[in-house]
Design a protein around this ligand. Structure first.
Ligand code: NI
Ligand code: MN
Length: 224
């Protein structure tokens, strides 16, 4: 599969011609340049209700008939707009025709841009043919990550490093050690001045723990 970094915390996974979007914050995102109309989007996975994660999910779901998977309250909110949703609880394994995903706790908050309570914030572990990718959403450093290593054994982590609303560079480096991943991609930084961070410093720190850090620019793709 291909993992494309759209920008911020938005990623597109291309799995045998189908596209799965995670946190598709695109049109209001100063760094993103992604045209969803050219893709066959089957699912949109959203970690929490904040505008920089819910993003264009509802609009894309309307255009593409893709299903939005999110924590129950956020899924219910989305369904009011007439899109297909899959409401999940933390800890559940959700099966898809392209693989599966577990929604796990994130240490953060979650409400929609218009102030509606959106349930618990989540991280998401996607499993595609045994390749497990942990998208941490917005989170602090948390002992949850040791449990994620023990139970799910992800090989790849997508971790916020921008600080202010999430963990920063130092904590994210410790997170990859707790997660025991082979590869880490930093996200949620430099989109706005408040979340400025130096990804090269993060890369250096992660690599002192023997973890390969891949700095992706918006539009970059890697094969997993
Ligand atoms: Ni957030
Ligand atoms: Mn955020």
């Amino acid at each position: 599969m291909n993992l494309e970094y759209i920008a911020h915390s938005a990623f597109a996974l291309d799995i045998s011609g189908k596209t799965v979007l995670i946190d598709p914050f695109i049109t209001q995102n100063p760094l993103a340049n992604y045209d969803w109309k050219n893709c066959k989007i089957s699912d949109i996975l959203v970690t929490h209700g904040h505008g920089d994660h819910l993003g264009n999910a509802i609009e894309i779901a309307k255009d593409s008939k893709a299903v939005i998977s999110a924590v129950f309250e956020l899924a219910n909110y989305c369904s009011r707009f007439g899109v297909k949703t899959n409401g999940v609880g933390l800890g559940a394994k959700i099966n898809y025709d392209w693989g599966s995903a577990w929604f796990v706790p994130a240490s953060h908050s979650s409400s929609t841009p218009d102030g509606v309570y959106a349930g618990c914030p989540a991280g998401i572990i996607l499993n595609v043919n045994g390749t497990k990718i942990y998208h941490a959403g917005d989170t602090s450093l948390s002992s949850e990550m040791s449990l994620i290593k023990e139970v799910y054994k992800p090989q790849v982590a997508l971790l916020p490093i921008g600080g202010q609303y999430t963990m920063g560079v130092d904590e994210a480096a410790i997170a990859c050690k707790l997660l025991g991943v082979e590869k880490v991609v930093p996200m949620h930084y430099n989109t706005f001045p408040a979340i400025s961070a130096d990804a090269k410093v993060f890369k250096y720190k992660a690599e002192t723990y023997g973890i390969e850090a891949v700095i992706m620019n918006p539009g970059d793709k890697i094969v997993l």
